[in-house]
Design a protein around this ligand. Structure first.
Ligand code: ASP
Length: 342
């Protein structure tokens, strides 16, 4: 008889486990054991489940790098003993955390499925049960004794996405996430259908490496009509700044005014890296396609291609934390290392 897969449920917080504060009506985090009592169905699943919770579960708006490291350490310490992991996380910053964990974990060989919900698990109309139960099913799905999925994913409302391709697109609908530049890795209907071609190939048997050194001196600068020299100069002269995610228009276009391009050039000279990502929900940066991105291309700004802002931020924190020589930095950033770029 084949052994039942072992799954670790990691509760970080989020709406899924929240209850209403009687006095104020606001949703607040709740005790995880109570939460599990709400879904006795998980005992019917064909796997062994153990669980662990953040000491203080959080609304994911409070997520920070210490929490990412804490989560990465939980995964690291339990990696050998489990076949798959389901991370319960608030939806607000789930795309950021899923992206960060995908970069922090090198040689990942097992499924890590992020999920959460728009309504608390105790709510009659909750979306939490389906999200949680199917995430556990995905994490424990095996073929020839090996997990079908072996990367960081996000499951929400019948779809499994690559985690570092996702973005939160709706604060109201159950379908809260989208993966605009990569089709889902699996869809759940009457059957659970995996799109195996899309999944990342399993790494060889190299041991898991967890990179905890992330650079925090990064800023996201969103271009808008009317943005002025004072604002751009002030932001780009922040003390100790090491990296900038420049959110530009369309296929990577920005103003061609001389003051703007000069500030960017001065910033690059200070050894600060700049990545060009698009403000558009889908599609790609194509530097040099319009005249409005030509100079940025010439001066050596990194082409973020079709990476999400969430993923670009996580990748930059990760890469700047690894002491990668400046000469190869641009080329590595522009190459997909965890399936984050098409
Ligand atoms: N504010 C909540 C959080 O991100 C929203 C949610 O869980 O959906 O923790």
């Amino acid at each position: 008889m084949t052994k039942k897969p072992k799954i670790l449920l990691i509760y970080t917080g989020g709406t899924i486990g929240m209850v209403k504060d009687f006095k104020t009506g606001a949703l607040k985090t709740f005790n995880f054991d109570e939460l599990l009592k709400q879904i006795p169905e998980i005992n019917l699943l064909n796997c062994k489940i153990e669980s662990i919770s953040f000491r203080t579960p959080i609304d994911s708006s409070n997520m920070n790098i210490e929490h990412w490291i804490n989560l990465a350490e939980i995964l690291e310490n339990n990696y050998k003993n489990f076949d798959g992991f389901v991370v319960l996380h608030g939806s607000d910053t789930m795309a950021f955390t899923a992206s960060a964990i995908s970069f922090m974990l090198e040689n990942l060989n097992k499924p890590i499925i992020f999920t959460g919900s728009q309504l608390p698990i105790g709510d009659l109309r909750t979306d939490a049960k389906e999200n949680l139960i199917t995430s556990i099913e995905i994490a424990s799905s095996q073929e020839n004794g090996r997990s079908i999925v072996s990367e960081v994913c996000l499951y929400f409302e019948y779809k499994l996405y690559r985690g570092n391709r996702t973005t939160k697109v709706n604060s109201e609908h159950f379908q809260a996430f989208a993966s605009p530049n990569l089709t889902p890795l699996a869809e759940s209907g009457v059957h659970l259908k995996f799109n195996k071609q899309l999944q990342k190939k399993k790494e060889t048997n190299k041991p898991l490496i967890v990179r905890k050194n992330l650079n925090r001196n990064i800023v996201i600068l969103k271009i808008f009509p009317g943005i002025n020299k004072n604002i751009v100069e002030s932001i780009l002269s922040i003390k100790d700044l090491k990296g900038v995610i420049l959110e530009t228009y369309g296929s990577g276009n920005a103003p061609t005014e001389e003051w703007f391009l000069t500030v960017l050039e001065e910033t690059l000279k200070k050894n600060i890296v700049i990545v060009n990502v698009t403000q558009c929900l889908s599609g790609s940066v194509i530097m040099g396609h319009y005249q409005t991105s030509e100079r940025m291309k010439e001066m050596g700004i990194i082409d973020g291609k079709d990476i999400t802002t969430e993923s670009a931020l996580a990748k930059l924190m990760y890469m700047l934390g690894q002491d990668i020589p400046k000469t190869g930095f641009k080329e590595i950033f522009e190459t997909s290392i965890r399936g984050e770029i098409s």
